[in-house]
Design a protein around this ligand. Structure first.
Ligand code: PLP
Length: 343
């Protein structure tokens, strides 16, 4: 076995509790698919003896219309997770410098390490990236997440522009872009060295179907398409994704509910004097001192515990925004936790 595998830590996929619990741990969309998506998925069942269309051209055209970007610039994968790996495979040679500003999504490290890259993980408090850092390093690839998981903030445009001057390629992971009013899609058209990653798992609530895509220049897009799994996305997944794009009004309504709840929970947590990070995604990061995670777990409310992630010293909780009634239960228990701990 390759020796690099001995130093790669497994990706922490979180907990998957079963039964009647409130699960706010994996940044999923709490809402069910639209009726049209459910129908498209079920109708496709009659064809699952056949392979999906290997070029995914119908899906790419739907995504292209959704984004207003030519289909030739779009490559697809089994979740945006697959595409993080493929981008590293396409761009990174052994010992190339890959810069991953921290604290951020830990999967980037797994795939950069697998390429045996020379990796830097500069720490920026609250993920406020200082572009001066990149000037001397001249990275082959910089991986940015905006809105960032787990801090929830977006990266400023002028910061990315500065990074683009010194980094040969910049991958911008926008898995949560639709929950924010800013994104870097235009950068793909303006700069030849930008790759933007998107997902159907969050805004479109299709995490279980595993559909992601990348937008880049045509050369990178062709290269990713050449090496990805031949049938990375199932045919029910394709039909559901196309139908989800057609149901955009439903998903915008869902998104608006999630954003309203995000702001409400933010202020509720502030009122309870928690240190909470402002967020442009579908989750909130909260600094905690002690056993809140266990307290909530005992009440069947699951959030993500983040202990000593690179760049986040101490203990934090990352709370996915659920439906209003789920969030109310969370708030109720956090209030009783506060009363208990101040008694
Ligand atoms: C920042 C970020 N990127 C990518 C992913 C992977 O998403 P998927 O593979 O479901 O598209 C996640 C999942 O939580 C994420 O938080």
């Amino acid at each position: 076995m390759r020796s690099v595998l001995r130093i790669i830590n497994p990706y922490d996929a979180g907990v998957f509790p079963e039964g009647e619990v409130i699960n706010l741990s994996s940044n999923e969309n709490p809402y069910k698919p639209s009726k049209a998506v459910k129908k498209a998925y079920l109708d496709s069942m009659t064809k699952i003896n056949r392979y999906p269309d290997a070029s995914y051209s119908k899906l790419k055209i739907a995504i292209s219309e959704y984004l207003g970007i030519e289909p030739e610039r779009i490559s697809v994968g089994c979740g945006s997770s697959e595409l993080i790996s493929r981008v590293c495979e396409v761009l990174v040679e052994e010992l190339d410098r890959v810069v991953i500003p921290m604290p951020s999504y830990s999967l980037y490290l797994v795939y950069a390490m697998l390429r045996e890259a020379s990796i830097s993980t500069p720490i920026f408090e609250k993920y406020e990236i200082n572009p001066n850092f990149f000037e001397d390093l001249k990275p082959k690839l910089t991986i940015i997440c905006s809105p960032n998981n787990p801090t929830g903030n977006t990266v400023k445009k002028d910061v990315v522009e500065r990074i683009l001057e010194s980094s040969e390629y910049v991958l911008i992971d926008e898995a949560y872009a639709e929950f924010s009013d800013e994104n870097f899609l235009n950068f793909v058209l303006e700069f030849d060295n930008v790759i933007v990653l998107r997902s159907f798992s969050k805004f479109f609530g299709l995490a279980g179907l595993r559909i992601g895509y990348a937008i880049s220049n045509k050369e990178i897009s062709d290269a990713i398409e050449k090496i990805r799994l031949p049938f990375a996305i199932s045919s029910p997944g394709v039909e559901a994704a196309i139908s989800a794009i057609k149901s955009i009004e439903y998903y915008i309504e869902v998104r608006n509910k999630i954003i309203m709840e995000r702001e409400r929970i933010f202020y509720e947590l502030k009122k309870m004097e928690f240190e909470v990070f402002p967020s442009k995604a579908n989750f909130l990061l909260v600094k905690v001192q002690n056993d809140v995670f266990e307290f909530l777990k005992d009440k069947d409310v699951f959030v993500r515990r983040i202990d000593n992630l690179i760049g986040l010293e101490g203990r934090y909780l990352r709370i996915t925004i659920g439906k209003k009634e789920e969030n109310n239960v969370l708030i109720k228990f956090l209030r009783s936790y506060r009363c208990k701990s101040s008694a």
